[in-house]
Design a protein around this ligand. Structure first.
Ligand code: F0G
Length: 463
């Protein structure tokens, strides 16, 4: 076990800088700061990551209402700039559960937030803090979802928003959202990590208030994902889930969930052995967290070249790694990389149960399937997979993964002719092939053979 350098212990000592029981603490050197007296994102002394701390941590019976602000006893404000957000479904996935082979499987679909991703939970708190510290221009770097959420919440709060996006690498739905919510959109000839470097520079020069997940207040909102999962899973099952599997990009959510669990343990709401194992999934082409877990690194090493179809997690320098790596290790979780093909197959699998998610979200199911196959996840485990963004965020990826529309002549006869044929042969073949990663090759080949036979018959009938 690697020694944990970051100090993530929650102490009972309330520093004199605390304002109404809230303060900021550096996770590297322990320095504390008043929460709202100045704008800072990292430690003044050592540049370490900051964490929001409270003198009083609530148990479950102190929560009331719904959505993110149900949990205001665990947040720095009573209410925020709201649309409203949170209270997302925890879907059962009966067929997928049997197929993957676990005792229980739920999908927490964060795509059901107002702008279609979990980022709304962070923004409802983050934009409220922006009002508190008195800024008028908000900014972020983004692979897309953060920019959509920032634009919407900024608009709601009456503030100007500036978003820096990696040119050509952001899905259409996300740009459309940022654009219509009146963000100023700058497309940078570079990747997400380079956009974030620039936004951090702008923020350091006082040009804008940074609302990436480096901002510790955003993670406060995102920790409510964990609170909802724990409450709802317990209400349905009488116990907490053994494991939470989530896609990882900048590792903000991983850090936020770990904070949620540390606070619940400190409050006495759960015991340490009730903390779910945090399990991160990255795309093979952008997997610095997996590399760090596998090699026992204290921090990630920046990947300069990243590529994946799951553009939301096309990230090579996860800024929250110092908070997230201990979270994965201390909870007994792990991290795994999946291929783009596995991500696409998982996107289809989830869609087959009626739930539409974008590629990055499907990484959680792809990762679970892989870990189960490798025996890292046991068949008796209860698992919650986080799906972070809605299918419509990336319509192009959905169309590529889904069935091809079939042209047909304008007559009932022609439609009848067509639907008499085995409907979507390409789809059946594709499904079998997508499962070939764990299913024996034979059924896939048989299905493939049937597909070829069908196409040949069609070819003959046309002659
Ligand atoms: N899933 C989706 C759909 C995302 O948009 C992101 C991050 C993640 C997962 C990864 O979450 O960063 O907390 O580990 N998207 C950011 C953005 C980077 O700019 O929208 P994380």
């Amino acid at each position: 076990m690697v020694p944990i350098m970051a100090d993530l212990q929650l102490t009972d000592d309330v520093p004199p800088v605390a304002d109404d029981g809230v303060w900021l603490a550096c996770i590297e050197c322990g320095e504390t700061f008043a929460p709202f007296d100045a704008i800072r994102y990292t430690c003044d002394d050592c540049d370490g990551l900051l964490e929001v701390r409270y003198d009083d941590l609530p148990t479950f019976d102190e929560f009331e209402g719904s959505g993110v602000w149900r949990y205001n006893a665990a947040l720095p404000f009573e209410e925020g700039v709201t649309l409203p957000e949170g209270d997302t479904p925890l879907h059962e996935m009966p067929r997928l559960k049997d197929d993957i082979g676990v005792d229980a499987l739920r999908v927490k679909h964060e795509g059901m937030n107002p702008t279609g991703s979990f980022k709304d939970r962070g923004m409802t708190v983050g934009v409220r803090v922006a009002q508190e510290v008195g800024v008028d221009r908000l900014a972020c770097a983004s692979t897309g979802n953060t920019s959509a959420a920032l634009a919407a919440y900024g608009a709601r709060g009456g503030m100007e928003t500036l978003v820096l996006l990696p040119a050509g690498k952001v899905a259409a739905g996300k740009i459309a959202q940022a654009s219509l919510h009146r963000a100023r959109i700058l497309e940078v000839d570079g990747n997400f990590d380079q956009c974030l470097d620039i936004v951090q520079d702008l923020a350091a020069r006082g040009e804008a208030y940074l609302l990436n997940s480096l901002n510790p207040f955003r993670l406060e909102g995102q920790k409510t994902i964990g609170l909802e999962i724990m409450e709802e899973f317990y209400a349905d099952n009488g116990e907490y889930p053994d494991r939470i599997v989530l896609p990882v990009g900048n590792a903000g959510n991983t850090a936020a969930l770990y904070k949620c669990f540390r606070e619940l343990v400190k409050a006495g709401a759960i015991t340490e052995d009730q903390v779910p194992k945090l399990t991160g999934v990255q795309a093979e082409g952008a997997a610095p967290m997996v590399e760090a877990i596998e090699n026992g690194y204290e921090d990630t090493r920046r990947w300069e070249d990243v590529e994946t179809r799951a553009t939301a997690i096309r990230i090579g320098n996860p800024v929250n790694a110092p908070k997230a790596l201990p979270g994965i290790r201390e909870t007994g979780g792990t991290a795994v990389a999946v291929s783009d093909e596995e991500i696409t197959a998982a996107q289809r699998d989830i869609a087959g149960e009626g739930v539409g998610v974008e590629p990055a979200s499907a990484a959680s199911i792809a990762g679970l399937r892989k870990l189960r196959r490798e025996g890292e996840v046991d068949s008796d485990e209860s698992v919650v997979c986080l799906t972070t963004g809605h299918l419509l965020k990336d319509p192009e990826a959905a169309a590529e993964a889904g069935n091809e529309p079939e042209p047909v002549a304008n007559s009932t006869e022609a439609v009848l002719d067509l639907i008499e044929e085995p409907s979507s042969v390409t789809d059946t073949v594709r499904r079998q092939v997508s499962k070939a990663t764990d299913a024996p090759l034979v059924p896939a080949l048989v299905a493939g053979g049937l597909g070829v036979a069908y196409l040949y018959r069609k070819f003959l009938s046309k002659k």
